[in-house]
Design a protein around this ligand. Sequence first.
Ligand code: PEP
Ligand code: MG
Length: 734
Amino acid sequence: MAGAAPAQERLDTVVRIVAQSMVAEVCSIYLRRASGELELFATQGLKPEAVHNTRLRPGEGLVGEVARMAEPISLSDAPSHPSFAYRPETGEDPYHAFLGAPLLRGGRAIGVLVVQNRSERRYDEEEVEDIQTIAMVLAETVASGELLAQDELRDIEVAPHRPENLKGQRFAEGLAFGHVVLHEAPVPPENLLAEDQQVEEIRLREALVGLKANIDSMLEGGPGKLAGQSFEVLETYRMFADDRGWNRSLEEAVRTGLTAEAAVDRVRNEHRARFATARDPYIRERLHDFEDLANRLLRVLAGDRPGERDLPDDAILVARNLGPADLLEYPRHKIRGLLLEEGSAASHAAIVARALQIPCVGRLMGLRDRLSEGDLVIVDGETGEAYLRPRPDMLAAVRSRIEVRSERQAEFTRLRGVDAVTLDGTRITVLTNAGLAVDLENLDATGAEGIGLFRTEFQFMVSEELPRLDAQTALYKLVLDTAGDRPVTFRTLDIGGDKVLPYLETEREENPAMGRRAIRLGLDRPGLLRLQLRALLTAAAGRELRVMFPMIATVDEFRAARELVDVECAWARRRGRALPALLRIGAMIECPSLLWHLDALLPLTDFVSVGTNDLFQYMFAADRTNPLVSDRYDPLSPPALRALAEIQKKCADTGTPVSVCGELAGRPLEAFALLTLGFTRLSAPAGGVGPVKRMILSADLPAARRGMANLLGSSSASIRGELESLARKLNITI
Ligand code: PEP
Ligand code: MG
């Protein structure tokens, strides 16, 4: 179909050859203009003057109907069909038999190929197949610009190209722009027509066997082995992979003379077109399943692995969701951002994205329907938005925001080696939060003085099975080795709630945030907690070990947890194993109940750390993972700050070391409030260390404390504005 001849001549040749080979009196090609109208581009048999003059609205006439339905229509007597629209300029009145097939691209009809016969003949199945195959090849060649010159193509809609803005949720902060790389991306078939049909049939059959074996191996081990919904999704894939209709369509397509890849692509396009018009979300979901399955099959045919994919240097990875290892399989330095259709901030992909500092926005409904491979997109991890195919002014604004960020970053880098001391000489310890081995780089990169919260459950969450004792020990050892003299506080497993381990059977709970999570699970299943304590004690042999327990709600829980440490120490001692040189056991203050029992708790602890994320979700009864309620209260409010002041005071009175390790500690204004309340030990997410340190270096605490004392008495729900004014007045860099 390609060639050096002018476009019109090439199209004219196509219709002439098709008419001849199908023994049809008419063959015509209609292409969709940007207006949505289908314009007659070439014909053999209809009046030549109708070319570029006859235009049909979507749904108008049989041609419009083929495009609207994205399905072939075959009729022996077209004029008697209710959709038949007679256009006198075409001179088509003598023709009765009609066969039309859509030119499909990305599930949309970009044109229609029609053959017509004078007699009332019926086109047989093979002819319908043939015309679909030719339509498919035509669609590819039209869209690739091989058939029409680019300036003629410009007006023809081959893909959605409008700028769009989608609102989702922030999963990992940061800002990036780049070009879309679809995870499980369709591999466009390079060769459409088979050189040897039998070879292609065998290739297809073998690829199907390979695909099924591949899914089977992923499904092995049952639902416990796979993360989250992946098992169900894969089970559905497996069902579809066996779907007779799908298999038959593929076989038929390859038998029409297509390569195996082209056959898969054609069936995928047909499915997509059929489902794309479906409103029912369930059916649309199934469309995705078929889509993914076809993409997997194309990958099997291409012998391709994601890690080996040739990515652009500015890749924005787009996926429905990602499994534990998927993101790590890509070359990190090429991934600028991540957009997910599903997921939650606690999902694996989000955890890994934060650890790798890749901006990520999730829960973007309908994302994959609106994007094509290679589209330009902006990932705004600050507002939780994605801008698809942004206008130049939008892109320019984002570029300058990125520049400002990187200038600030350079300033934070300069502060790495500087001690965090306020203007009045108060030494503040700024630590960082971590959870994966990749986070350890952040210690040097940020200049944090240690790890104030090591979330041990992350290792469990990104594993496909329960990490064994040696794997846990190895990670803790690596953390301690990397930290060297810098202190590390390990928080024991905080699973349950929104952090679900698919391989660990737990009961379904109506209200998991208040369910059997964290220390509750640890105490109910002491085997799990003891194994972890054993790994920690082994890893820290001969050095300092700091361990804290999450979600302590009663003093008895802390006692029981501490006893387990004693039991493990005794066990190690009996076996002559080396123990840590220094053991410090602490409690996280995350349950409001403790506020009225600090006098009983604090003497039992070596230190405490305030987990403001949970403490405030329980104080304000607002689920931190639910965007409808999570922003309903402001932590910078008198009740929240008074609670913190109370904790700080009780700790100071009893000489109990205290830190704050919620997200709050990483935001300069909030951290400023914490300093005014007397906290001197903060553990911030890596991105917050620099900004908080910069704030500390500019703060004059005695003056700030006087201002804060008045604000705590306020009757407002939030004192954010007042605090901002105070910081401004005192020249504090927020
Ligand atoms: C917290 O609740 O504040 C906390 C630090 O723990 P996590 O965010 O892991 O629940
Ligand atoms: Mg917590």
